[in-house]
Ligand binder design. Structure first.
Ligand code: ATP
Ligand code: MG
Length: 447
């Protein structure tokens, strides 16, 4: 029997508890709480008798879980795993808990507490002896169980809080609903995937990718995902002041072939889009294979209206395979002659390889009247017409340093306006009346 469930965001604690309980433990990663307590509930086995909540769950999450769990599993024993903090007494007063366990408690203390609680549940008719497979450490007569033990921050790593003698479980109030949700994508409806690429570094790919995702999220709120496929040195979460708990390494993991698991690896931005964060280190980023990146893009396209992919400079294997799995490519260059020449070479290579996506958008970034080149010169060097010119603007760096998308930070800024015109090329419905841009056919639409 899996008598114990752990809902936690600590892999370390999970490993330790698994070592202690083995097969008797099921684990639900705390990331599922992003979708509200019900997403966790669906993964809690029927035969659960004791729930351990934490560490690294906040008060609201724990409260929602306690309410939902005790409503569904009558008589459940509930343990909060949390450090002794000054606010812990409030938790104990306000939540229906049986015990509080420090994540730092020794294995012996932890098992002692679990065994005592199991015995108490059995003694009070809340569980059957056979519900807890392994032999319990304490005899029931040994246990002066628990009327109302005091939380004592000085003396104990583990404290037992009030245990109700009543078998009645209060009817839970509605659990908090998440403030955002994933709008469903109808099977077969068109989805666009846009790769932002450049032959050289520092041209403005990330700036454009972030602001494109932000603009598209106005058209399709919470149905846009921005993938940081700059696998070694991705900086999207830094530029957006996000603190991801999961990254692209988790998103390409075998477990994430399950759609719901994949969604737990995403980081939500308040402007209505999601981010697949880059790997936490270049070494881990290296482990993401080109094929798994391609699979990830395909998988995200099944769930999101728009998938925006920021890439590593140049035409590495990952970028090449990404190009095969997108509908649009945005090519970014500045006005420097070496960058422009490299762009021309990139076009030639992609055309030769047959990898030029059906919708190509050429963006010249950081345009500057004093560059010594006119736009006509630029087009001559690249060998193709320019679609969008984004002027050099100090507002770009300012927004990035503030961790805010430029198009929401300074709407009147000329660079922000230019980037909005890139959004229009992908989603003309954003401003249909003002748009004079003919939308080109997407590769996945019928001719
Ligand atoms: N239009 C602009 N005006 C002024 N500064 C800009 C503009 N676009 C980008 N920048 C600045 O140029 C720098 C590089 O931009 P960004 O990080 O977007 O480029 P990148 O192509 O993603 O770089 P990398 O190849 O390192 O990933 C940043 O400091 C950014 O703030
Ligand atoms: Mg970048």
């Amino acid at each position: 029997m899996t008598a114990y469930v752990l809902v936690s965001r600590s892999a370390e604690f999970e490993t330790r508890l698994r070592g202690l309980l083995g097969e008797r433990l099921s684990v639900v990663p705390g990331e599922f709480l992003t979708f509200g307590p019900e997403a966790v509930m669906d993964r809690v086995p029927e035969d659960t008798r004791v729930a351990l909540l934490g560490p690294v769950l906040n008060y609201e999450e724990t409260k929602g879980l306690v309410e939902a769990l005790t409503a569904r599993h009558r008589g459940l024993g509930v343990i909060v795993v949390r450090e002794q903090r000054s606010d812990l007494e409030d938790w104990v007063d306000e939540l229906e808990l049986h015990a509080v366990l420090s994540p730092e408690a020794s294995d012996e203390t932890t098992m002692g507490l679990l065994d005592r609680l199991a015995m108490w549940l059995i003694a009070n008719g809340r569980a059957d002896e056979h519900d807890f497979d392994a032999p319990l450490a304490l005899e029931i007569d040994d246990m002066p169980f628990i009327e109302s033990a005091r939380l004592d921050a000085e003396s104990a790593l583990v404290s037992v809080a009030t245990v109700s003698d009543s078998n009645d479980v209060e009817v839970a109030t509605d659990p908090d609903v998440p403030e955002w949700e994933f709008p469903p994508i109808q099977a077969g409806s068109p989805t666009d995937a846009i790769a932002v690429i450049a032959p050289k570094g520092g041209q403005g790919k990330t700036t454009i990718a972030i602001n494109l995702a932000t603009g598209l999220a106005e058209v399709a709120p919470n149905s846009v995902v921005l993938v940081d496929a700059d696998l070694q040195f991705g900086d999207i979460t830094a530029a957006l002041s996000l603190s991801p708990t999961r990254t692209i390494v988790d998103a390409v993991d075998e477990a994430a072939t399950d759609e719901l698991v994949l969604k737990t690896t995403l980081t939500h931005h308040e402007d209505g889009f999601f981010v697949v964060a880059s790997a936490p280190s270049p070494e881990l980023g290296d482990r993401v294979s080109p094929l798994s990146l391609a699979r990830l893009i395909d998988q995200l396209r099944a769930s999101f209206r728009y998938v925006v992919v920021d890439t590593t400079p140049g035409l590495g294997e990952h970028t090449l395979i990404a190009l095969e799995h997108v509908t649009d490519a945005i090519f970014v260059t500045n006005m420097g002659v070496p960058s422009l020449r490299a762009m021309r070479t990139e076009f030639e290579i992609l055309t030769k390889l047959g990898l030029m996506p059906s919708n190509r958008h050429i963006v010249v970034n950081q345009t500057d009247k004093n560059s010594g080149l006119s736009i006509r010169d630029v087009e001559n060097i690249i060998g193709a017409p320019i679609d969008v010119e984004v002027p050099k603007s100090s507002a770009v760096l300012l927004a990035s340093n503030r961790g805010v998308p430029l198009i929401h930070d300074d709407v009147r800024d000329p660079a922000a306006r230019a980037i909005r015109s890139i959004v229009l090329r992908i989603a003309p419905e954003a401003f249909p009346k003002r748009s004079k841009i003919q939308r080109r056919r997407r590769s996945n639409e019928p001719e």
